[in-house]
Each structure stands twice: as structure tokens, then as C-alpha cells.
Design a protein around this ligand. Sequence first.
Ligand SMILES: [Zn+2]
Length: 442
Amino acid sequence: MNLNVGLNIDLSSTELAHYSRHIQLSQVGLVGQKKLKAASVLCIGAGGLGCPALNYLAAAGVGKIGIIDADVVEASNLQRQILYTQADIGQSKALTAQARLQAINPHIDIIAYPERFTADNAEKIASEYDIILDGCDNFSTRFLSNDVAYFLKKPLVYGAIFQFEGQVSVFDFSHNDATSRQQLDNGKQEILDEQGARDRTVERGVDNNATQEKRQSVESDLHAKSRSLPCYRCLLSNMPAPDAVPNCAEAGVFGVLPSIIGSFQAIEVIKYIVGVGDLLTGKLLHYDTLTHRSHTIKLAADPACPLCSEQATIKSIKQEQEAGCSIPTDSNPHHSTPNPEIMNLDVPTFINRMQANPSAKIIDIRQPEELDTYGAIQGHIHIPLNELPANLETLSPDDELLFYCQSGKRSLIALEFFLEQGYNPERIAHLEGGHMAWVREA
Ligand SMILES: [Zn+2]
């Protein structure tokens, strides 16, 4: 990330008025405000975390903001996803967020990608931005965000929520914290001394070779230091159980929590760009809304990390899976992708499969309280998602297994899990749209 790019840009009088409360802070000032305008941030996901983060980044004047999200607004989002209203239900989150943010700040560029963040588009899109903000709600996108940031050497601001608790960290793969600070100092000097900027640029070109050696030595030191910093994959062993991943498992989430965690993420992004304060690099901030207790722990790099250690086995983002979440296992954190053609069943096809094979097992993988609240498909077997691994023996590979959950997200995880266990892809399938679709259409 070159924090000097665009530092000689001007701010209009309207912009100066918009940003005046930031500019008044000596730690931000006009220099910091120009850095914000020169910076670009890609927000992966425009949900609970993305909404507040995007809101504050746009309001703060980050010059270019990308929003990638394939989802549409649902009624159940409105309890916490503060960029959307009743009128937006059924509309693209990325496009709706773009319009709302542009109304908040017309002085910045906002680019909407109403599509999934996948291994196919990740590198191309992420390479257009300085910083990546992880506002996603599933493991595989989180792994992908981590890997893309790692390979592109970009800082990743991570946030995650679980019911009443949240976490924030910064995985800085730019490996150049000090270099960034150096650039910031150069930038400050450049702006203070704008009169001579053009001359100095020429001078720097001449001076390049002389400073090259020093820079390489600094970078080498930093690289050595950076080896002690973790990536998201280093933390995998500390991840909650699959049923403890709120948006994935729909375990419920305290509405205010994502706004707090998403705002913490925005704070880290703005601090990174402006170059002020201590970042959560190599640290994990944990916050509990029920007790207002927070604590920060030091994170260590995993010497056996498949991505960032000497023993790395992941050599490119192409190896990563694109779809769905996954039940991580110690032996195999990589995932299998269900074949959408034969495994994603709409309601009529699901009914046909049930009727064609009366001995097919219809497996409801929701939490017990969801069955009480929403009802269930007649003849189902109830095994919550997180209990599937322990119940493998009761589900023979010879059986036909038809999974469903509330919205079709968790059942996709179940499919991936059973594929990993070697089950025949032609004998397992899930209900697309889940029980919600069933209630609408069956
Ligand atoms: Zn790692």
C-alpha cells in the first residue's frame, strides 16, 4: 500500500466542511484526510459487520470503497444491518448499500459487486484496493479473504461475531508496518512542502539507487519480524464449533453487536490509513456485550500453518474452495464443493426425490428451538449440524440422504461435510432455500 499516492489531491470546500471534525483532530488533520481520500478499501460482505463499517468508512471519506455481496436484503436482516429499510427487501445488498453510502458521501467512489467473492474473482477485485475488510459470515469466504490478502500482501481487517460476543484483529500481510510509517512521514513532509513537491519527485528519481540498499535491508528485517505474525489460518484451531458461527448456523445474534464489531473494524482501517495509534496486528480483541468485558490477547503464528508457515502447502488462491461454509476438521481443513446440478434441489424436486424413494432419510439439521418455532417437514430425522460428525455411523453411504435447514446455507455445509467423508454425490442432496422455501412452496 503506497500511502503517498494522491496526497497532493485537493479537497473542495464542501469536502472540508464534511470532514471538518476529523481535520480538527491534530492526529488526523488535513494530511490524514487526504490520505483517507487517496485510500481504497474492499469490504467483503455488506451484512451485519459490513453495514456499520461501510457507513463510517464512507462518512470518513475513504476515497474508493468496494462492496461485494451476492445476497439480497431479507426481513430478518433489518434487526442489525443498518443500511437497509423495509423498502429494500428483495433488493441487492451491494447495490442498495452503494446508493445509501453515496447519499451519505457523494465525494467518493463506491463500486458495487453484486456477486459472490470467489476464487475466480477474488484476486482481480481485491488487487484494486489497498485494504481488505472481512465482513463475511462463513468460513470458506473468510479463508479466501485471508489467502487473497496474504498473496496480494495487503492488510486484512478481520471481524467475527457470535451471539453476544465479537472479535477483531488485523492481519497485516503488507509486512511493512514501518515502511508504511516511513511513507506516512514522507507524505506529511510532502504536503507541508507542496511548493517543492515537483522538484523533489525528480530528485527522488535520481536518488533511488542510493536509498535502494537501505530499503532492502529494512524490508528484510521487517520480513523476519513478520514471521511471528499470524494469519487467520493460524487461528483455525481456536475457531468455534460449526453451530457457533452465527450467520452460518443462524444461531441468533444480538442486534447491536455487529455494529460494535464492524465499527471496531472501521476504526482499525482508518487508523491504518491515517497512521495513528496501535493497530490490532498480532492481537485479537474480544468483546462481550453482556458484561461489557473486553480483553486483548496476543496471537502467535502457527509454525505448521498451511498458508503462512515454512511448511505452507497452499501456494495459490486457486486451490481454495469457492462455495459455502465448511465443518473444519483437524485432519482436513479443505473442502469439497457440492455439484449444484444434482445436489441443490428446489422444493418440487425435493418432494419428487422423497416420493421416488420412501426410504430416503430426510434430515433436519437445525437447532431444536428452530423446529419448535417454525415446524418441520413430516418424516424428518433431527440431527443438528454440529452433531452430524458424531452420527456418521447412523447414516450409511448406501442411504439416500436429503438434508434441509432453515435457509439452505447450513445444509450446504452438511453436503460438503458428507462429500469429504466420501459419500456418493448422487445419493446426497439438500433443499435449496431450506424450510423457508418449503413453507412458501410446498
Ligand atoms: Zn498462518
